[in-house]
Design a binder for this molecule. Structure first.
Ligand code: ZN
Length: 101
């Protein structure tokens, strides 16, 4: 999985297809990512005390990383990325503009 926390991604499948957002967290084991403000699920929260009313909260649910493409920070286009090693750092290479980031 090439996507990292803080990346900008474009959703390519599902109900938020065509929208983009910032990656809030990644789960490489499950190949899932959470994108700020996208794939919103409404969850009912039960009242904890007597007299309180239940609430509906919106939370960003994880989505499959294969349904998202990285948006290149250099050319601002959604792209596939390759990887290169520069010194001891692993960098990703944009297949559209060839820049590494
Ligand atoms: Zn690029």
């Amino acid at each position: 999985m090439n996507i990292k926390k803080g990346d900008k991604v474009l959703i390519t499948k599902g109900k938020d297809s065509g929208k983009s957002g910032k990656v809030a967290s990644v789960n490489p084991k499950e190949n899932r990512i959470v994108v700020e403000g996208l794939n919103i699920m409404k969850r009912a929260v039960k009242p904890k005390k007597m007299g309180e009313t239940g609430q509906i909260v919106s939370v960003a649910a994880p989505l499959n990383a294969s349904n998202a493409m990285i948006v290149c920070p250099l050319c601002s286009k959604p792209t596939r990325v390759g990887s290169v090693t520069e010194g001891d750092k692993k960098k990703r290479v944009c297949k559209k503009c060839g820049g590494s980031f």
